[in-house]
Design a protein around this ligand. Structure first.
Ligand code: GLU
Length: 314
């Protein structure tokens, strides 16, 4: 890996200037707020496991975290109940279906399989130790804040936009409840899940959150230990399986880094032990991944020779 500071800085700028205006894709339209975010925004950030920061473009624009929040609630639930119980109760396999699929539940005896699709994510939220909705929410928000090293906040506007349109997720929550794979009140888990999707983060925050995974659980900026190192390989494996919706396999094949994207236009990739790369741009491809975000992140990863599956001579 080319680790020197100047090379990473140059690559981040290069990736941004090459792909920040790539045409194609469209903002998510099923959540009203997301449809209104300017489509021209594009930001990129890299944070290394030893705390170096590189940024380009709209890296400080705050966007809705959406599905990427699933990774961080998974991390919290795993702290609470451990990786074995999490795998047994939620699962660790791709569903082979879209992120909000009901059919996936029908096909797998109501076991959600992945904590990174909506069903598994709500089930995971229900496994976080809490006795009230507010306690559950405070712990999840606290986890996002510790990982980013910043006072991330809920957007009331995004939350309102989602809480008033999330009927499909409510239906999934009740299905899980009826099958015994929801471990708290169903509507509480759906409500808190919706809130966790409605916080605003920047590409810089996201790269810091990823760098905390890359570093073994210590936030490289604040130096606070946030996660148990032994849990992180399980979290990264889940990201590989299902992090980029229906193109997770293509992402593993072409980029080879655990990743997670969200319909707010954010995308994260993590190279264990080294760094995290985060991109943001609202237009999504048909499966829900940021068109420009994927290009920018993949460019930096490839140019730095970062690929989990890389072997000598390749
Ligand atoms: N809040 C969104 C939902 O549950 C998140 C979707 C996503 O980013 O994949 O539908």
């Amino acid at each position: 890996m080319t680790t020197d500071t100047q090379s990473i800085a140059a690559l981040v700028s290069e990736a941004h200037s090459l792909f920040a205006a790539t045409p194609g894709g469209a903002n998510a339209s099923y959540i009203p707020y997301l449809a209104s975010v300017p489509s021209t925004l594009a930001g990129l950030a890299v944070v290394t496991a030893d705390g170096q920061v590189f940024e380009a473009g709209d890296s400080k624009y705050a966007f809705a975290i959406e599905s990427i929040s699933k990774v961080f609630s998974l991390a919290l639930a795993m702290e609470d109940i451990g990786p074995d119980a999490l795998r047994q109760k939620v699962g660790a396999d791709p569903t082979g279906m879209p992120f909000n699929s009901v059919m996936a539940l029908e096909l797998h005896d109501d076991k959600p399989l992945s904590p990174l699709v909506n069903a598994g994510a709500m089930s995971t939220v229900s496994l976080v130790k809490a006795s009230t909705a507010e306690e559950r929410w405070a712990r999840i928000l606290g986890m996002q804040r510790d990982l980013a090293g910043r006072q991330i906040e809920l957007s009331d506007e995004v939350n309102q936009s989602e809480q008033t349109t999330n009927f499909h997720n409510r239906a999934i929550a009740w299905l899980l409840y009826s099958a015994g794979t929801m471990y708290s009140d169903a509507m509480q888990a759906c409500d808190v899940y919706t809130r966790q999707c409605s916080t605003l983060i920047t590409a810089l925050d996201l790269a810091t959150m990823g760098a905390t995974l890359a570093s073994g659980g210590i936030n490289p900026i604040t130096k606070k230990r946030v996660l148990t190192a032994a849990n992180i390989p399980h979290i990264l494996a889940e990201m590989t399986m299902e992090g980029l919706y229906d193109s997770s396999g293509d992402w593993a094949y072409t980029v080879g880094l655990p990743g997670k994207s969200g319909v707010g236009g954010g995308i994260l990739a993590v190279m264990p032990g080294q760094l995290a790369i985060a991109g943001f741009s609202p237009p999504l491809d048909p499966v829900g991944n940021s068109v420009r975000g994927q290009r920018m992140v993949a460019h930096v990863a490839k140019a730095l020779g970062l690929n989990l599956y890389r072997v000598p001579g390749a």
